[in-house]
Design a protein around this ligand. Structure first.
Ligand SMILES: Cc1ncc(COP(=O)(O)O)c(C=O)c1O
Length: 483
């Protein structure tokens, strides 16, 4: 089913969207209300003059050219090197960001702002809310209610505010796993606990919801469900039917749907992303959606995202727990705004490039690394590799247990990111991560990080140039040949 087929009555979208919510409620000053009105007008003007990225600009974005991020304080390369002293890292394929230049229009606007040399308080770009609306309409025929958009310092910040608004200490939050690892820590930050409904992997390798379990868990009293669409790390783009089925169960039991759609701009081949809030009024009114330009245009360092709901009550509840985020770092807001105005061609070409990366990995594994199984996924730029055969060949589960026993007996420790010392214990995935680092000189993430159903898999980030992917795969092939 396409996005167009799921369009329903739009009348309800008018509700609660008239007020200048973004500015009025977060700053709460009458003097800014006028700016909100101006915002609409400026946005209209901006849209009239907005042109898609030109061919000339797009030539500067050569996804195939490569981008060296070593010694830039990057988490993907530099933090991993710090954590693995003395080891060689050829390709970082862990954290979900990209080794690509961002859109030239973004860089140009940031340079221009930099030149002003004054950093006093300032409003977000006045056309930003309208550009969010316009992007979602243009790309997905989705109607984001402009008055019900809130900024957030990244997507997780918005998710955390929503958990705080609707849950209390000890409440359970449902995840369908394997799913994004930081959902677990975000739930813990809210003093809540995760409930995991493990998905079922069908014969084609696609993940399906275990509907009986999903329903039973929600019926047991869970009031918050975090949906990830497209799903990190399995790559599922949920179909309208699947989303509706999840939504029907949630709606029947008064469970709020938190729809994290941060990966929505990454759709491989003919797959389709269906925005949850577009399923119809009952789904839109019982959900909050979270998005950002951070994944799409590689702007994660700018810490800028947004959330919205068609139901004004949800926005008010989120504001009430202290989510006041009008004035984010101005550079992030400018970057996001420019990306939304000019980014269409960038996203289209990036998706084409990433789809080819995924096909390359599928073919390479099928022909040369039979111990690793992978099929082109639907959404995100993350490959979910089935490494069960390799784990078996390496006897990794036993080796991990032996290492743990040794480290416990000999007090072998490591210091975590926050400076806290721990005994170095290994599960099978930890062992495999270290094996890939030591033998293939690559960094990839263990499936165990993603909850139930993750063991036996590793997540490989494909948002890099083809030469790096080829290097990583060649390294893996060579490493396996030495077993
Ligand atoms: C599904 C998902 N949600 C949220 C995030 C984090 O987003 P942010 O940095 O905007 O909080 C990520 C990053 O990998 C992600 O994959």
């Amino acid at each position: 089913m396409t996005n167009h087929e799921i369009k329903l009555s739009r009348r309800f979208f008018m509700k609660g969207t008239g007020a200048a919510a973004l500015i009025g409620t977060t700053v709460g000053t009458a003097s800014l209300a006028g700016c909100a009105e101006q915002s609409d007008t400026s946005a209209q003007e901006a849209q009239n003059t907005t042109a898609p990225a030109t061919e000339m600009n797009m030539e500067r974005v050569n996804f195939d050219a490569g981008y060296n991020r070593v010694n830039t304080n990057s988490i993907k390369f530099d933090l991993i090197k710090m954590q693995n002293p003395g080891k060689q890292l050829d390709v970082g394929m862990g954290i979900a960001d990209m080794d690509f230049r961002t859109l030239p229009e973004v860089t140009a606007a940031l340079k221009e702002r930099l030149e002003t040399e004054n950093w006093g308080y300032e409003l977000p770009p006045l056309d930003y809310p309208a550009n969010i609306v316009d992007w979602n309409k243009r790309r997905y025929n989705a109607d984001v209610p402009q008055g019900n958009i809130l900024n957030s310092v990244g997507v997780l910040d918005g998710v955390l505010s929503t958990l705080n608004a609707y849950g209390k200490e000890g409440d359970r939050v449902l995840l369908i796993t394997p799913t994004y690892s930081s959902f677990f820590s975000t739930i813990h930050q809210a003093n809540m606990v995760e409930a995991e409904s493990e998905m079922i992997r069908n014969a084609d390798g696609r993940y399906e919801v275990d509907w009986d379990d999903f329903e039973a868990q929600i019926a047991s009293g869970i009031k918050l469900f975090i949906l990830c669409n497209p799903q990190n790390p399995t790559g599922n783009c949920w179909t309208a039917d699947e989303l509706r089925r999840m939504g029907d169960i949630c709606n029947a039991h008064g469970c709020l749907v938190l729809a994290d759609e941060i990966h929505c701009d990454f759709v491989m081949g003919d797959s389709v992303y269906v925005p949850y809030a577009e399923l119809g009024e009952e789904y839109a009114m019982n959900s909050v959606s979270y998005k950002s330009t951070s994944k799409s245009f590689n702007l994660a360092a700018h810490r800028t995202g947004y959330l919205f709901s068609h139901n004004r009550d949800h926005i008010d509840a989120i504001l009430k727990v202290g989510h006041q985020r009008l004035l984010l770092n101005i550079m992030g807001l400018i970057a996001s705004n420019e990306a939304l105005k000019h980014g269409d061609a960038y996203i289209d070409r990036q998706n084409a490039y990433l789809t080819e990366n995924a096909k390359f990995v599928e073919q390479f594994c099928a022909e040369r690394i039979p111990d690793i199984k992978y099929k082109v996924h639907e959404g995100t730029y993350l490959a979910w590799l089935d490494i069960n055969a390799l784990i078996e060949r390496l006897d990794a589960a036993n080796k991990a247990a032996e290492l743990t026993a040794y480290n416990e007996a000999n007090n072998v420790t490591y210091v975590d990111f926050f400076g806290v010392e721990h005994i170095k214990r290994y599960n099978t995935g930890d062992y495999m991560k270290e094996w890939f680092m030591d033998n293939a000189k690559i960094d990839i993430n263990p499936g165990e990080n993603y909850g139930k159903g993750g063991a036996g898999f590793m997540r490989m980030n494909l948002a890099t140039n083809r030469a790096m992917i080829e290097k990583a795969l060649n390294n893996i092939e060579e490493a396996i040949n030495t077993i």
